[in-house]
Design a protein around this ligand. Structure first.
Ligand SMILES: NC(=O)c1ccc[n+]([C@@H]2O[C@H](COP(=O)([O-])OP(=O)(O)OC[C@H]3O[C@@H](n4cnc5c(N)ncnc54)[C@H](O)[C@@H]3O)[C@@H](O)[C@H]2O)c1
Length: 256
C-alpha cells in the first residue's frame, strides 16, 4: 500500500483519481476546499502552508506521490494563484516527504498549452520570477473574457516548471511529470457558456470523432495513476497529452 496525496480530489478528474487509487488498495489524502481529508484553500499561501504542515504531521516517514490537480478556469487572480502557485508550492513543500520514499509527482496541465492561446509574457513571469504578488497586481484589471489566455499561461508554465525540475529531482530519486488533458466531462466543462461550448465542440477529439463527446475523467485518472506509480519508473519530465489525439491532430509535424 502506498500513500498518494491528491489536490482537488472532491470533484471531476481528482475524484476519479482518488477512487481508482482506493480501488488499487492505496491510502489517499484529498486536499480540497471542501469535502477533503484536509480542507485548505490552495489559492492562498496560508492554505498551502497549513496543508503542507498537516502532511508533515501525518506522514513524517514520507509519501509516495503528490498529484497536483486542483485548478480553475474562471477568475484571473484565482487562476494565477491556484493553477500555478497552488501546484508548484505544494509540490516543493512536500519534496522532502517524496524523497524519503523515492516517490513521484504529477501535475495537471492542459492541452490548451498547445493551441497558441497562452500569454507567453505571463508564462515568462511565472517561470522566471514566480513573484505571486507582483503578477497578481499586474493582472488585476484584465477583462474576465480573457481568462482563457491566463488559464493557458498557467498551464503552460506549470508543464514547463515540471520539465525544468525533472532532472534535479530525478537525480534525487523523485520523478515529476505532467498530464495535459483535453476537454473532460467534469464540473469545469459543465459550467461553460453557449459560446464556449461551441468552441469546445469545434475541437475534434479523434478517439470520440463525430460523437461530440468529451474525454471521460476515467481516461485521465488512469494516466495520472500510471505516471505516479512505480510502473512509470523510467518516465520523468514528460508532458503526457491525454486528449484523444487532439494535439497530434493539430500539431502532427511537431514531434518534440
Ligand atoms: N475538465 C477539463 O476539460 C480540463 C481540461 C484540461 C485541464 N483540466 C485541469 O484538470 C484539473 C481538474 O479539473 P476538473 O475538470 O476535474 O475540475 P473540477 O472543477 O471538477 O474539480 C476541481 C477541484 O478543485 C477544487 N478546488 C477549486 N479551488 C480550490 C482551491 N482554492 N483550493 C483547493 N481546491 C480547490 C474544487 O473544489 C474541485 O474539487 C484542473 O487543474 C483543470 O485545470 C481540466
Amino acid at each position: 500500500m502506498s500513500i498518494y496525496v491528491v489536490t482537488g480530489g472532491s470533484s471531476g478528474i481528482g475524484a476519479k483519481t482518488v477512487e481508482l487509487l482506493k480501488e488499487c488498495g492505496h491510502e489517499t489524502v484529498n486536499i480540497d476546499l471542501n469535502g477533503g481529508d484536509i480542507n485548505a484553500n490552495l489559492a492562498t499561501k496560508e492554505g498551502r502552508q497549513a496543508a503542507i504542515d498537516e502532511l508533515h504531521r501525518r506522514y513524517p516517514d514520507g509519501i509516495d506521490a503528490m498529484i497536483c490537480n486542483a485548478g480553475v478556469n474562471r477568475n484571473i487572480p484565482l487562476i494565477i494563484s491556484l493553477n500555478y502557485f497552488g501546484a508548484t508550492q505544494m509540490a516543493m513543500g512536500v519534496f522532502d516527504l517524496l524523497k524519503k520514499r523515492g516517490g513521484s509527482c504529477v501535475v495537471v496541465s492542459s492541452n490548451t498549452i498547445a493551441q497558441g492561446a497562452a500569454r507567453m509574457d505571463v508564462v515568462g513571469m511565472l517561470n522566471n520570477q514566480a513573484d505571486e504578488e507582483r503578477i497578481l497586481a499586474l493582472v488585476k484589471d484584465y477583462d474576465r473574457r480573457t481568462a482563457h489566455t491566463f488559464y493557458a499561461a498557467t498551464k503552460y508554465a506549470l508543464a514547463r516548471w515540471a520539465r525544468r525540475m525533472s532532472a534535479s529531482w530525478g537525480a534525487q530519486g523523485v520523478r515529476i511529470n505532467a498530464v495535459a488533458p483535453g476537454n473532460v466531462r467534469t464540473a469545469m466543462t459543465d459550467q461553460l457558456g453557449p459560446q464556449e461550448r461551441v468552441a469546445v465542440d469545434a475541437l475534434p477529439v479523434p478517439i470520440n470523432y463525430g460523437s461530440g463527446a468529451l474525454m471521460d475523467p476515467n481516461d485521465l485518472a488512469n494516466a495520472i495513476v500510471f505516471l505516479a506509480s512505480p510502473q512509470a519508473h523510467g518516465v520523468n519530465g514528460v508532458v503526457l497529452f491525454v486528449d484523444g489525439g487532439t494535439d497530434a491532430l493539430l500539431n502532427s509535424e511537431k514531434v518534440y
